[in-house]
Write a protein that binds this ligand. Structure first.
Ligand code: ZN
Ligand code: ZN
Length: 297
């Protein structure tokens, strides 16, 4: 709860006028108990996991012709609606836990670590810097955790369920992976405390990235292609394509760990082979066209 009774008191304490966003934040949260405000993480989790994959689900079930040419692993049968419902149930099944004891632990722990909830709101620059730091921290921890999950014990006991999905779906993104995210997603904000709104934003972005890398489609017009070293659907799809024996493409947001530790070699070889095959096909088609036009002459 904010220590100001009115917006004017808040402005006097800050020594400046509130921005539009800060006025909105004051109206929304000034009288709200801290615990309830932090509890919103459950709402963010539920909305992101339950609603964001719906357009993907429609895309996969309707399979319009324009999208099919961008589908990764088109030869693999799409998961059935029953299987997708199962992924959805399992992805959101932890919500009661998140609403209950988890939210209480999360709230207490992050308040102790220095999470801010009042005014001023963080600047765009502070938010961006924190998001980049969180991504790098999460990537590094997640990379090594993911490699551990591909040891015999880690795979047989935990990670096999995630690899039941040979070609990805949005709901499949979180399938059997929530225990991993419970560790990695909070690491950055625990090391570099932020405003609660930044935490919600980070949480939302991380879930969206996970949905995107598991979308099963590689659209050339995707804005994510503008982000340097971004993993993307194609990169992570190879990890699922290679299956449980995969020792390649472990990264979750940026590819730097796979580049650094050489675990992208299988993928690079695969990409090179596909390119050679395409060039051979194009050459073959050119020869055929030349031959048929020669005959006509
Ligand atoms: Zn894996
Ligand atoms: Zn995956």
């Amino acid at each position: 709860m904010m220590p100001y009774g009115t917006a004017a008191e808040a402005e006097a304490a800050l020594g400046r006028s509130l921005t539009w966003a800060e006025s909105w934040w004051f109206r929304y949260s000034a009288r709200m108990p801290d615990l309830w405000l932090m509890w919103h993480v459950a709402l963010v989790f539920f909305v992101m996991y339950a609603l964001v994959p719906l357009p993907l689900l429609l895309l996969q079930q309707l399979a319009p012709a324009f999208a099919l040419k961008y589908k990764l692993q088109p030869q693999v049968k799409q998961a059935s609606p029953i299987a997708i419902l199962r992924y959805m149930r399992d992805s959101t099944g932890l919500v009661p836990f998140i609403i209950g004891p988890f939210a209480a632990i999360y709230s207490a722990a992050f308040k102790m670590l220095g999470m801010r909830m009042g005014l001023p709101l963080p600047s765009a620059r502070e938010t961006m810097t924190q998001l980049v730091v969180y991504s790098l921290v999460e990537d590094y921890i997640d990379y090594w955790l993911h490699r551990f999950l591909h040891t015999k014990w880690g795979y047989d006991k935990i990670h096999y369920a995630h690899h039941e999905i040979r070609t990805a779906t949005g709901f499949g993104a979180s399938y059997a992976e929530l225990t991993v995210y419970a560790i990695t997603i909070f690491a950055g904000p625990a090391i570099v405390p932020c405003h609660v709104t930044t935490h919600w934003l980070w949480f939302s972005i991380r879930i969206m990235v996970n949905m995107d890398t598991h979308s099963g489609y590689d659209f050339p017009f995707s804005l994510s292609k503008l982000i340097p070293f971004y993993v993307g659907a194609k990169f992570h799809d190879y990890h699922h394509y290679a299956g449980g024996q995969s020792q390649s493409n472990f990264s979750s947001i940026f590819t730097y760990c796979d580049n650094l530790y050489g675990t992208n070699k299988g993928y690079m070889y695969h990409k090179g082979s596909l390119l050679k095959l395409k060039m051979k096909e194009a050459e073959h088609n050119n020869v055929k066209t030349r031959d048929s036009s020669g005959k006509e002459d």
